[in-house]
Ligand binder design. Structure first.
Ligand SMILES: *Cc1c(COP(=O)(O)O)cnc(C)c1O
Length: 233
């Protein structure tokens, strides 16, 4: 079943890339599929890796730690959920990319822990573009104020941006949010040509996100089915 779901998601992504009108997208033609395994048992990670999936997404440090201890760490791990500063040490130890940096306070904590172990931690800044009902993510002013201050944090490397769209009855309503995410990425890339990741789109809206320029999507349910919230890690 996972094999079939994976094929379908990969085909939908490839078709969405093909539909992009202009050929000069700053995010390129390759889309990274992050398989979001939160609230699924560790075995699904083994299964996904066996099928060629390379990127694993988890939203809690404790759960990721449990799974890495059970399986060993293979692949590239993305932290996609809100991170509390007091868990920065664990997050830096477990994750290759922290997608959900949403405050300077957290950025400073991540930098400090990375420095402590001699790591340069790859991060994305999470932008709050959708506003409504969404607590996480940097607002426009905080984001713009933070950019020139990044140079002070020598043990983090900004790789790009992460955006979560609001839940809507009509998925087309997410399109302007993703388009705004792409514009923000394009402006960032003017200043910092090295940024290369625009993470937008989940099971319900990844096709639209890719059409609007995402080159990283975070897909759980469409690959693994419903999450089991009774699992304890
Ligand atoms: C859970 C989660 C996803 C995956 O959600 P699905 O709808 O199951 O694909 C993607 N991004 C973030 C930030 C998440 O927390």
């Amino acid at each position: 079943m996972l094999a079939d779901n994976l094929k379908l998601v990969q085909k939908q992504i490839a078709d969405a890339v093909a539909r992009r009108e202009h050929k000069d997208w700053l995010t390129g033609g390759e889309v990274t599929l992050v398989a979001v395994t939160k609230n699924h048992p560790p075995e699904v990670i083994t299964e996904a890796l066996a099928l060629g999936v390379r990127n694993i997404g988890e939203n809690r440090v404790q759960e990721a730690k449990h799974k890495q201890e059970a399986l060993g760490k293979q692949g590239t791990w993305h932290l996609i959920g809100h991170l509390q500063s007091n868990k920065a040490r664990q997050a830096v130890a477990l994750f290759d990319l922290i997608e959900s940096v949403d405050s300077e306070h957290l950025l400073a904590a991540v930098n400090k822990e990375a420095e402590r172990i001699g790591k340069v931690q790859d991060i994305l800044l999470q932008l709050n573009i959708a506003h409504e009902e969404q607590k996480s993510g940097l607002g426009r002013e905080d984001y713009l104020a933070l950019l020139p201050r990044l140079a002070a944090y020598k043990n983090v490397r900004l790789r790009g941006l992460m955006v979560i769209a609001q839940k809507c009855d009509d998925v087309e309503e997410t399109r302007p949010v993703f388009a705004a995410g792409y514009r923000a990425f394009a402006r960032l890339k003017e200043q910092r040509p090295e940024v290369d990741i625009l993470s937008m789109g989940m099971s319900g809206d990844y096709i639209i996100a890719v059409e609007e320029g995402a080159n990283c999507v975070r897909v759980g349910t469409a690959l693994f089915g419903q999450r089991d919230y009774s699992l304890k890690f």
